[in-house]
Design a protein around this ligand. Sequence first.
Ligand code: ZN
Length: 475
Amino acid sequence: MQTVRGSGNNRGIGRFPPSMTKRNAFIASDLLFSHVSGVVWPPVSSAQQAAVLALLFQMESSQWLSKFALRKRQSIQLRALLEHACCHCNYYQERLPVGGARVWDSVPILTRQDLQIHFDALLADSFPSAHGKTFDITTGGSTGEPVTVRRTQLTQLFWKAATLRDHLWHRRDFSKTMAIIRHFDRPMDLSRPGRWGNGVFRSGPAWHLPISTDIDRQLHWLQSINPDILLTYPPNLSALMARMLQENVSLSRLREVRTISGTVSEDLRRECQSLLGVPLVDLYSAQEVGIIGIQCPESGLLHLQSENLLVEVLNAQGQSCQDGEIGRVVVTDLHNFSMPLIRYALRDWAEQGPICSCGRGLPTLRRVKGRNRNMAYSPEGKQFWPVLGLGRFRQIIPSLRQYQLIQTEFDAMTVRLVSLLPPSVDQLQSLHATLIEALGYTYRLTWQVQPNELPETASGKFEEFISLLPTSGEF
Ligand SMILES: [Zn+2]
């Protein structure tokens, strides 16, 4: 896709937004999925896909607004969210200051512990029916503290639009094959590929493999698919590349690696380019709020998705960080009216970025820190990404606040639990069985139970899983 940088000349009223070029028009008419049988051209989308396209169309324009114009529009939506939260959520009725957005700095930070403790009070007693059905997602993120968030179909609309924006920014050829190695919330039929155009664009196949698959099997699977695009987590990519180097294996069609849910170091980017010969494109997202930042195709900075989220990077004094300063990421989801998340602290740390040279007004992060998790080893010494039970842990021990696994030997792990009440023998036995099932191997487990929160590392990084064994796959 040809994208024209924003300039003062072509952003006037009555002109096309700068990114709407002839090339865009071609994609809109030729690659769109038609949901009406018998109609091939021009394609007719379903109501849901048409809504995604309509949003995407607006976002193609709004990305070029100035930082201040974006902030002004965010404020209008923020006021609507705050009014709704004050009227319909017990949690906010007691906590939001009079004056709402005008006294933003005094709006309290919402922590993961708040989400755990006040889930019911955070739910709205009602919200507009046009926001669609609700669904709950449970995530441990990188913190080892499982939280549940209720979201709506409307929030998914923004997620889909941002996903497509990422594809368009990076000019992905929708006809290509994508291989996805990650954690899946739901059981999936892995024998057949899905599609990666979100039902909006006609796209090539998307093959899926669970992240818990060991590296050798991943490599074998990748060779059989020979994808054009690979999507996975940064530590998994690192382990894969190390194995490919050892085995002298290459993927002949690969043209891009995409990463999610982890910290991407400059070393990893360099290794990806030198070893695989392709660029690495990162995406910053969180299950609770959706896509937060998309890598700029020109500068490499992460552009925040201001149309949906108000993202703050706050220093120790609770003030907004300046360019180059590192602080905690705090997010307000402007469109989740079923469970408003206002100033929600993700426990990620990020470095505030500058205004991007590409011309987009969407603010930037230079990098995100503290989302990595170590790879585990099986008792036989095979590396894999541990997928843990998350929500199920708290079903077994309701007072569980946090957990951490530390692999001390190939067949042994220490499980650290933070719980106000000491778990019973039955609860520990049940958790033992759940953990062994989640890990897929039988380990000797040693338990450590404590009432106080587990410490973060100096950078604010908390690791759900730590391996003390040598990490041959790390660059
Ligand atoms: Zn940019």
